[in-house]
Design a protein around this ligand. Structure first.
Ligand code: BEZ
Length: 223
């Protein structure tokens, strides 16, 4: 396993590969990605309150990610045994069955590779004072490219619906050469991407309307 720190990671970079132990067995990350989408996300520590609510919410929403061809994979600097015990609590509290793998990254090898270590919260440390991870999210596409990076502090739980919305925006944009406006949700009008000139836009999006020459809304084609 490579332990080289490859930071800063940027949008568009290839997601660094690694081998790791997970609650569902050993993985090679690039093999795990295969030809699908992946959301890799870290939490600070097992058996902590915010993390327990988050992992329960991701487990509940997993079928929606699966529908979109997206695999979830969690990570923290805790052991597989710790994860396995904690998953029972998550399932009980959130009335769910957590199925996705969680990486046991006690040595922080993957956390260092993905720059997930907490550098600012002095309370987010293990019993030896070594920093745990922040709440990172990496959305990775089937070409293994990093398409989104989110960083939340340990104190702030994420919004699983927002992670799913990002996936919807990226997949919609890839399919239709559109972008998505503020607060967009599937079903709302999208924006014709600036490189698509009006002449082509008329063919691709017959119902597009130009609010300004640079701001053209359209419903998505139904086909
Ligand atoms: C939590 O999950 O509640 C938590 C974990 C680490 C630091 C702060 C909050």
């Amino acid at each position: 396993m490579s332990t080289d720190r490859q930071a800063p990671l940027r949008l568009g970079y290839e997601a660094p590969n690694f081998d790791a132990e997970t609650t569902n067995g050993k993985i090679n990350f690039h093999e795990f990605i295969g030809d699908g989408w992946v959301v890799l996300f870290s939490h600070p520590e097992d058996y902590t309150p915010v993390c327990t609510t988050e992992l329960g919410a991701f487990a509940k929403l997993e079928p929606e990610f699966t529908k979109r061809g997206v695999k979830l994979i969690g990570l923290s600097a805790n052991t597989i045994d710790s994860h396995s015990g904690w998953i029972k609590d998550i399932n009980e509290i959130s009335n769910t069955t957590l199925k996705f793998p969680i990486i046991g990254d006690k040595q922080r090898q993957v956390a260092l590779l993905y720059d997930m270590i907490d550098h600012q919260d002095a309370t987010n440390v293990d019993s030896k004072g070594i920093a745990f991870t922040i709440r990172s999210v990496f959305v990775i596409d089937p070409k293994k490219k990093i398409r989104t990076i989110l960083s939340y502090p340990a104190s702030t739980g994420r919004n699983t619906a927002e992670v799913l919305r990002i996936v919807d925006s990226l997949q919609t944009g890839d399919k239709h050469r559109v972008t998505t406006p503020i607060n967009w949700v599937p079903g709302d009008d999208v924006i014709v991407a600036p490189p698509v000139k009006d002449e082509e836009a008329r063919k691709l999006f017959p119902q597009f309307r130009a609010v300004k020459p640079y701001l053209r809304f359209t419903p998505l084609p139904t086909a």
